[in-house]
Design a binder for this molecule. Structure first.
Ligand SMILES: C[S@@+](CC[C@H](N)C(=O)[O-])C[C@H]1O[C@@H](n2cnc3c(N)ncnc32)[C@H](O)[C@@H]1O
Length: 236
């Protein structure tokens, strides 16, 4: 999947599709405000490509919000490499019960994310500037029930960065496209070294024209396993 900021040609915004009210429920007006911010500022500030605007809902906001289907009540979520807020912001809008931390290294992007969080009054979102694998970041966050990512890195690297941020027994949930099964076939042995197993390809948002394809993996339970995974992540 392409980073939204890589596109460069001009385009216009997409009207709110009907299905959006099913996905966001009574939070739809907040999702619409986020869409407006992306349309008005995302391109200007180099955070999204203009070509993404006509598919802002169908390819981005809805595909990210339906992640909600694989996240239980009141779980904690860390979203690594959030960019302009995907998938973390649509998820936080749709699910105020979740506590979501967005980890993003680029100042331009974290400044934007801070503004979105404040502007939309998202009391359930914290923004941290840094790389997921940095010690300073690991010190600031408690391992979460779920670590999400979209368009950030190939599976092996993603597992290396995500593992120390997932609590024992928690899940890695990576939004992937058609490459999902191939990535698992290629990387599963390395991923196991980081203490993540039971990798599966899942789909959510089957009511959407293009459902979201996920790689889901489970973090080992024990503290000893967790320490071994941290050591493996440091070595690689
Ligand atoms: C291709 S963009 C995807 C952004 C967003 N997830 C989306 O789907 O639109 C990749 C993002 O990952 C961030 N990133 C790259 N390396 C990272 C790391 N080690 N830890 C956290 N974020 C990282 C980049 O700064 C960038 O914002």
């Amino acid at each position: 999947m392409k980073c939204m900021s890589e596109d460069e040609s001009a385009a216009v915004g997409e009207p709110t599709p009907e299905i959006a009210s099913e996905v966001f429920g009574d939070r739809l007006p907040v999702a619409e405000r986020y869409a407006d911010i992306l349309v008005q500022q995302g391109v200007l500030r180099g955070l999204i490509g203009p070509r993404e605007l006509p598919q802002l809902w169908t390819r981005h906001l809805l595909n990210c919000a339906v992640l909600s289907e694989v996240i239980d009540d009141s779980e904690t979520v860390i979203d690594i490499g959030s960019g302009a807020g995907l998938p973390g912001i649509p998820l936080a809008v749709a699910r105020p019960d979740l506590e979501i931390t967005l980890i993003e290294p680029l100042l331009r992007r974290t400044t934007f994310l801070d503004e979105v969080v404040e502007g939309l009054h998202l009391g359930n979102v914290t923004v941290i500037r840094g790389r997921a694998e940095e010690k300073a970041v690991l010190k600031q966050v408690r391992p979460a029930d779920v670590v999400t990512s979209r368009a950030v890195a190939p599976l092996e690297r993603l597992a290396r960065w995500s593992a120390p941020l997932i609590r024992g027994g928690g899940r890695l949930v990576a939004l992937k496209g058609q490459s999902a099964a191939d990535e698992i076939a290629r990387d599963w042995e390395k991923v196991m070294r980081f203490g993540i197993r039971d990798l599966t390809v899942e789909q959510c948002g089957t009511m959407l024209e293009t459902p979201t394809t996920l790689i889901v993996g489970r973090r080992n339970e024990s503290a000893r396993d967790a320490r071994a995974a941290r050591r493996a992540a440091r070595k690689n």
